[in-house]
Ligand binder design. Structure first.
Ligand code: SF4
Length: 388
């Protein structure tokens, strides 16, 4: 039983034979992707407060030191991103700050917000006003919290990381695999295109990695909502001295992800967090986001590569690099030409399901500069043009 699954009512059970089958997968079993995709985004690290204390994480700050971006600071980042031609506002987040973060709660209260999620929703609305499509990663969410945020997000995400009970998550505020799965399930039930992933090297074993990928697949098979699965190696930093996975281990993990997931679900390896050139032939088809204007606030030790670096990676592999929106085309209504291709489940149908919330669809169809920017990305994908 996956830890926390019963507590959060997640009925995901993984067949041991399926785990064994996936454990046999190697890089020799997968083909290199025919193209690579990426999105132009800006990071908005809304708060560095987090109720958890994962031992490999340099993102969170303790109470008294954690920051909360003001609406003015958020607007400045968003406007810079829109001016630079980005399409995505990537709201990064510690998990919901607990009661220890008195200063954060006092500040939220002063700005008229009862919770971080309430504030996040307002900042997503601001992003749409400024001309960017929000993609929020606010950690674990209840179904009600997800429902509050879904209408103002083009897509959302949370890393599953692992279904294993690892020491790196232990302590008085322990992150629960069951709760993560409940968040991913809520996204599917509410029709939110979703990004998740595994973190490799935090104490899990190979069977745990296989189980994690199969759990993601099972939730995707129910609702068809998973658009990308990130395979990210843990890296050494001032809080983590547990080492990083070897090149061979990372190659095997990426290949397992490609074998485990339906073709329509992208396997993403972000070049700022992993040696992507060394694993590109293992089925990677997405490089995540590239930001021309801000640093990578999730892992400040690793600089986000410039767009030229992504082009160099694609050139060396001899495959095209194509820009995408934060929501993948198959979730878009067929009026957008590139979309309407079903929900990505093996043999699945979308059943006419509407994945885009009205504010997001209005933003993409709007007769303004931002709408034109979004549609230009879709047009370039429909025509098969590579990124400039
Ligand atoms: S990895 Fe995420 S949940 Fe864990 S401490 Fe860092 S910000 Fe919080």
């Amino acid at each position: 039983m996956i830890p926390g699954a019963a507590e959060y009512g997640v009925d995901v059970t993984i067949d041991e034979r399926a785990v064994d089958d996936l454990l046999a997968a190697t890089p020799a079993d997968v083909d290199p992707a025919p193209a690579l995709s990426f999105a132009r985004n800006v990071f908005v690290p809304l708060t560095t407060a987090c109720r958890y204390t994962c031992t490999y994480c340099t993102y969170f700050d303790p109470p008294g030191e954690a920051e909360l971006m003001s609406p003015e600071a958020v607007r400045a980042v968003l406007e810079t991103g829109a001016d630079a031609g980005c399409t995505e506002a990537l709201f990064t987040f510690g998990d919901d700050p607990d009661a220890r973060y008195e200063r954060i709660h006092a500040q939220l209260d002063e700005w008229g917000h009862g919770s971080m999620h309430d504030y996040l929703r307002e900042m997503c609305e601001l992003a749409l006003d400024v001309g960017l499509l929000p993609h929020s990663n606010p950690g674990d969410l209840t179904r009600e919290e997800m429902a509050t945020l879904a209408p103002v997000n083009a897509s959302m995400g949370v890393m599953l990381e692992t279904t294993a009970d690892v020491d790196a998550h232990a302590g008085p505020r322990e992150k629960s695999p069951g709760q993560r799965l409940a968040t991913i399930r809520a996204a599917g039930e509410l029709g939110v295109p979703f990004t998740t992933g595994i973190l490799v090297g935090i104490g899990e074993d190979w069977a745990d990695r296989a189980e994690s990928l199969l759990a993601i697949r099972e939730l995707h098979e129910r609702d068809g909502h998973v658009q990308e699965v990130i395979v990210q190696p843990v890296v050494e930093n001032e809080r983590w001295r547990g080492g990083s996975p070897s090149r061979g281990a990372l190659r095997r993990a990426v290949a397992m992800a490609r074998v485990a997931l339906p073709e329509a679900v992208s396997v993403q390896v972000p070049p700022n967090l992993a040696p992507v050139r060394k694993v590109l032939d293992c089925g990677v088809d997405d490089l995540g986001g590239v930001s021309p204007v801000t640093d990578d606030h999730i892992n400040p030790d690793y600089a986000w590569p410039a767009l030229e670096d992504l082009e160099a990676i694609a050139d060396e592999a001899g495959i095209p690099l194509r820009e995408r929106l934060p929501v993948h085309e198959r979730f878009l209504p067929s009026i957008f030409g590139a979309g309407g291709g079903g929900d990505g489940r093996e043999g699945g149908e979308d059943g006419g399901r509407e994945w885009l919330a009205p504010p997001i669809e209005r933003a993409i169809t709007a007769d303004d500069a931002a709408g034109a920017r979004y549609r230009a990305v879709l047009d370039s994908r429909a025509s098969g043009a590579s990124a400039d």
